[in-house]
Design a protein around this ligand. Structure first.
Ligand code: TRP
Length: 450
């Protein structure tokens, strides 16, 4: 008898796993800065609109495919469109998350190094230059990358329920507790009000078409769309789960965490009198510098907060990397009938190698360029600017134009039993079929021509 495919124990478990995938570095190092730079509360409104009218339909499309077939990206295409070119979408969305995993785990590795530093010797005020010295080293970042990827593959190899579900069930609430503790602390610092104003002061004059496009891009990245992670997680959802409320729950937790991260970080940045920035510089230079300054006044408090902060980053990154790893593992387990342990080991090996090249591209391999970019930057740009948007476009086209409307309706309303979903189906269908493809195509072409 064929082995029964695993599933998440409850709808809440599925939402937690999907929110875990969504909540990651994007929420911590990009969202707060984007909000502050692009019109504060005005940007938050634009972001909300794009999350719910554009990203949610994409997320629902992936969910509909995954839950309908109970198969990973490749198997889903084989089942819904056998013998067609759609199988390439299946392949593409196995490759994309593995490329993301490779470079994401390099950054995950840096976070582990900083967590160890925070707990050990702590930070001195020379920390910004230390970061520059650290990432160009060959060995230390490589060891941390290995460790991060080992943790990721370890959780995935333990199984959907006893690995992924269990890890997220503990991590997600913990992440919220941690970020709230850090936020409460940051808001009590003298001068923190400036940071709150930076995040909230509405300035509608900043809302230009390019700001709207970047809000959309950020909501794609933040919800982990277009690369089959949401599809794969949804394939472990039970038939009784409500696709719509699960999707809304995921988007809600993702946005909530991004806002909390903003209120945890920006008040501290302003209290220290520093200009805010985004990206690796914010979390590996600016914040450790603030911790160092705090340390001069209150050493234990500084030590405690910095450990909590880097712990938050490591866990947030792990819940995302686990979802990327699972896409490849699901393929090998379902389609190639490999054991979960062997599949995880194989994915670990491949991503370790590409990740190692990404890691070394800051140091010994910095001279190697692909289309004018270092290996790390190339992988990042390829996935964030092209593969995620392209995958999203194909997913909405697949659900809107390839799948029969009756099948989509059946999946979205659980065979017509969910009256709320029945009522909104028309709107969702319109968004998936017309609005999402046109908007994504515009973004994709803009990226291509930029
Ligand atoms: N959403 C994650 C974050 O905010 C990162 C991410 C981007 C991702 N694409 C993904 C995670 C694909 C899983 C799968 O950091």
């Amino acid at each position: 008898m064929a082995k029964v495919r695993e599933s998440f124990g409850s709808s809440m478990a599925a939402v937690m796993a999907m929110a875990g995938s969504a909540i990651g570095l994007g929420n911590i190092w990009r969202f707060p800065y984007m909000v502050g730079q692009n019109g504060g509360a005005a940007f938050i409104i634009v972001y909300l609109l794009s999350a719910f009218f554009l990203s949610l339909p994409i997320l629902l499309s992936e969910t509909i495919i995954g839950r309908r077939t109970h198969a990973g990206t490749f198997g889903a295409m084989e089942r819904l469109a056998p013998g067609t070119k759609w199988k390439w979408l299946g392949f593409l969305t196995i490759i994309s998350p593995l490329i993301i995993l490779s470079y994401y785990s390099v950054v995950g590795g840096w976070s582990i190094e900083y967590l160890i530093k925070a707990a050990g010797s702590g930070f001195g005020e020379d920390v910004p230059s230390l970061f520059g010295e650290f990432i160009v080293k060959p060995w230390a970042p490589l060891i941390c990358h290995t460790l991060f990827l080992l943790l990721t593959a370890g959780v995935v190899s333990a199984g959907v329920k006893s690995g992924i579900e269990r890890f997220n069930r503990i991590s997600l609430p913990l992440l919220f507790v941690l970020i709230i503790v850090i936020m409460v602390y940051a808001l009590t610092l003298p001068g923190s009000g400036e940071g709150v104003r930076y995040l909230l002061k509405p300035d509608f004059s900043k809302i230009t078409p390019s700001v709207v496009a970047s809000a959309m891009g950020q909501s794609f990245f933040s919800l982990s769309l277009g690369v089959g992670t949401i599809l794969t997680y949804s394939s472990y959802m039970k038939k009784s789960a409500n696709i719509f409320t699960s999707g809304v729950g995921t988007a809600f937790f993702d946005l909530l965490f991004a806002l909390l991260a903003g209120f945890a970080i920006m008040p501290a940045v302003f209290a220290a009198g520093i200009e805010p920035g985004a990206g690796p510089g914010l979390i590996f230079e600016t914040l450790p510098y603030i911790f160092a300054k705090m340390g001069a006044v209150a050493p234990w408090l500084s030590r405690g907060v910095s450990v909590l902060f880097f712990l938050t980053i490591v866990i947030a990154a792990l819940t995302s990397s686990i979802s990327m790893c699972e896409v490849g593992v699901a393929y090998l387990v379902d389609e190639k009938k490999m054991s979960r342990a062997k599949s995880s080991a194989l994915i670990f090996g491949g991503c370790w190698l590409l990740g190692a090249l990404c890691s070394l591209s800051f140091g010994p391999l910095s001279g190697v360029h692909l289309l004018g970019r270092t290996i790390f930057d190339f992988c990042d740009a390829l996935t964030s600017n092209y593969l995620m948007t392209f995958g999203s476009l194909l997913f909405v086209l697949f659900v809107g134009w390839k799948m029969p409307r009756a099948a989509v309706w059946d999946e979205f309303t659980n065979g017509g039993t969910l009256s709320g979903n029945r009522r909104i189906f028309g709107v969702v269908w319109f968004l998936i079929r017309y609005v999402a493809p046109l908007v994504i195509l515009t973004i994709f072409l803009t990226n291509l021509l930029a």
